[in-house]
Design a protein around this ligand. Structure first.
Ligand code: NI
Length: 158
């Protein structure tokens, strides 16, 4: 896919702060408490998330760059940071009105928001929720095939 035959990738890191509550409306209070523990606290809780994005593409011989980081920053700001920073994921992000905002689901949602960037190919998204938890998504299933959006969106994932 790289015209020069060289596999060079560009990484860019961002931060956002948001709150969430892990809760499924179709389960009882007791079932939610058993499934999500403290993360089911009715008032939610916040995280300082770290978002890592990795991009690939040909190195432009004119600029020596895969893409201009300023263009990536502007895209990530518009597609993700303006939506996710300083909000309640459950209440303020429509995608999580009926989908539990676990960081697995946040990570996949961010990938879908960023994969349309015209200047480079999004290789993966990694989200750190805490210093002990991180999640990564490459837009493919575990056989390496690109995800089917309908299949993913059609179910309530835990
Ligand atoms: Ni949490």
């Amino acid at each position: 896919m790289n015209g020069s035959g060289l596999d060079v990738q560009l990484g860019r890191r961002y931060r956002f702060a948001a709150s969430h509550r892990l809760h499924r409306a179709d389960l009882s209070e007791a079932e939610n408490a058993r499934l999500y523990g403290k993360c089911n606290n009715p008032h939610g809780h916040g995280h300082n998330y770290v978002l890592e994005t990795v991009w690939a593409g040909d190195v432009d011989p004119e600029t020596g760059m895969i893409a201009n980081p300023a263009d990536i920053d502007a895209f990530v700001d518009r597609q993700v940071l303006q939506v996710f920073d300083q909000v309640s994921l459950n209440e303020d992000v429509p995608e999580f009105a009926n989908t539990v905002p676990t960081t697995e689901n946040v990570c996949m949602d961010i990938f879908r928001r960023l994969k349309t960037f015209p200047g480079a190919k999004l290789k993966r998204v990694r989200v750190e929720e805490t210093s002990n938890n991180s999640f990564e998504y490459t837009g493919t299933d575990n056989m390496g095939e690109p995800e089917s959006l309908n299949a993913v969106r059609g179910e309530q994932s835990l």
